[in-house]
Ligand binder design. Sequence first.
Ligand code: ATP
Ligand code: MG
Length: 250
Amino acid sequence: MSELLRIERIAKSFGGLQALSGVSLSAMRGEVLGLIGPNGAGKTTLFNLIMGLFRPDEGRICFKEREITGWPTHRVVRAGIARVYQLAQACRSKSVFENVELSLLTDRIFAWQPGSRCRARTLAVCAQVGLSDVLHRTPQMLPQARLRQLELARAVATDPDLLLLDEPFAGLTATEVGALSEVIAALRAGGMAIVLVDHNMRGLMRLVDRVVVINFGRVLAEGLPQEILSSRLVQEAYLSGTASSGPDVL
Ligand SMILES: Nc1ncnc2c1ncn2[C@@H]1O[C@H](COP(=O)(O)OP(=O)(O)OP(=O)(O)O)[C@@H](O)[C@H]1O
Ligand SMILES: [Mg+2]
């Protein structure tokens, strides 16, 4: 497997708070990488830095062997990275189909050629994430799990090589977690690399090839799911007083 994303010695502080320091990690083509750590460890901040919402104080971010540090979000997306937000961002007055179509139109090819090809691609993306039966509903009419699928569809519509998922399982039932996991596994089978952040260890560990653990803004451990689950260091990080919510199986 070749390297797709490389984070090199990234540091980021907010005022006096050092959110990340000296973080280095890689995501390979076609893999699902789990990124875990207690609340406040710096996981979402790392996603924000990759997507160009903030600039790191130190370090470099490389994607497909090009440095993308500090690139604006739209350029990062065009390079092939998409991120699914924890909270729903979809337009409330538009249908599922229209929301996905809008995300597709950020793609240059489709922006110049709206019409039947664009419609076909929108339908394909909706089918890929399991939304075909609710195409004409608006977000207000959808339960939480369906909104999560819609956010995923909007990200998939940009045709990413790398998908960043921040807590996709939060608030879902075990059945819904299972259904979303199947969609994520299918995207990966189609060649997409995924970085998955979640506190639901049962759901996460079933999907990931490798895990990186962050604690207090630093990489604490890296390994196969089984190694991480049995690591005393990782267990202690979650059980220490700083974590307000630990993963469910540690
Ligand atoms: N924009 C910001 N301004 C100030 N502080 C921030 C900002 N973003 C994050 N932080 C702080 O940086 C630290 C890391 O936060 P981050 O959201 O990255 O953690 P996380 O690992 O995603 O946690 P959780 O599992 O709770 O989502 C926290 O102390 C947080 O309060
Ligand atoms: Mg977070």
